[in-house]
Structures are given as C-alpha cells and as structure tokens.
Design a protein around this ligand. Sequence first.
Ligand code: DC
Length: 218
Amino acid sequence: MSYQIAIDGPAGAGKSTIAKIVAKKKEYIYVDTGAMYRAMAIHMLRNNIDPEDEDAVSNEAKNADISFGYVEGSQHVYLNGEDVTAYLRTEETGNMASTVSKYAYVRSRLVAIQQDFASKNNVVMDGRDIGTVVLSDADVKVYLTASSAVRAKRRYDELIAKGESADIEKIEADIIDRDRQDMTREVSPLKKADDAVEIDSSYMTIEEVSEAILALCR
Ligand code: DC
C-alpha cells in the first residue's frame, strides 16, 4: 500500500511550500492537483469557452488530455502532449481554474488521474478535496489555513520581491472571492475533512508547519 499525505486549504495558505518540504523529507512524490485544474483552465481560455456555461465546459473538457510527470524532481503538467507548466501560475489561469473546477465532469476526469497515481506511489498531495474525496483514506490529513490578511501579505511580498507592483487590498479581496467560490460550490467544496488536523499557519514559520506535519506522520 502506498502512503498518502493529504493537504487541503484555501489559496495562499502555503500548501505547496509545505507539501514540497514534507515530500522531500519523506522521499515521497509531491502532487500539485491545482496545477491540473489550471491546465484545464488554459484549455478553456485557448478555446474561448464561457466558464459559466457548464455544458460547453464539460464538452470541451473531453478534448483536454491532461497528464503530469516529473523533470528533475519537479512536477510538469501536459495538455494534449504540450508542457504547459510555464503558463500555469497567472491570476487569469487561477481564477479560470477556480470557476471550471466547480463542474462534476471536470472534477471526475482529474480526480481519476490523481487517485490512480496515489495508488501506485507514496504521495504528498495538495488541493481542495484531497482529504474529503480524492484520498478519503489518506494516512495523514491536514487542513492548512491562514487569515486572508496574512495570505494577502505573503502574496504581496512575493510580487514585490519579484519587482512587480501590487495592491494589497485588491489581493485580499481576490483571495476572499476565491475562498467563497471554492467553499460554496456544490461538488466537492473546500472543507476540512472530519478526520483532518487543522493547522493555522498565520503565525507559524514554514519550519514549524512542516515539523508539525512530519510529527503527525510519526
Ligand atoms: O491551488 P491552486 O490555486 O493552484 O488551485 C486553482 C483552483 O483549482 C482552485 O481555486 C480550485 C481548484 N482546485 C480544486 O477545485 N480542487 C483541487 N484539488 C485543486 C484545485
């Protein structure tokens, strides 16, 4: 049996940073499921699909073959054979991903890929529905949160460090909007699994959070 660590939580709580550290320590594979929804979003953007039209999105999703692999230890995502990893992390793609991920057909396609991979590999998988749906029997489940103000500040600092300009109030408003969309959708909304351990990272360091998760594994 593979060992499965599930990390869910809202956008910007630090899931990927923490999941990568835990995966490295345990020598497990880090799986970023948001990247797959983002690849699906890119497909919809390229084909000018109205994201609010569920039939149109579901039909077009049939033409999106999404897969992932690892290049020097980091995850790459492929859309119909093309490596789209470099295009995943824009605001436009994130917002589109949040919208198209509410549809059952889109979710069922990507969940199947995630479950298949996790049945064959030891994983640290992060997303929104990992502990509740994808890996409902995971060995360790974590619900990682932080206040919207702290998450906005982290994102703001990241952008400033990259030399970009940023408006912290707009960032926080977008975060709150994305939380609402991810938490209120009908299919697999973001919520803490009953048996998940909640960690509020607002006033914790990255080391403290990863250590807390490694302690849960022990
Ligand atoms: O984690 P992220 O920001 O890359 O995710 C982008 C969007 O994809 C997120 O707003 C909701 C959706 N998502 C999801 O519905 N289920 C997942 N397991 C991961 C992401």
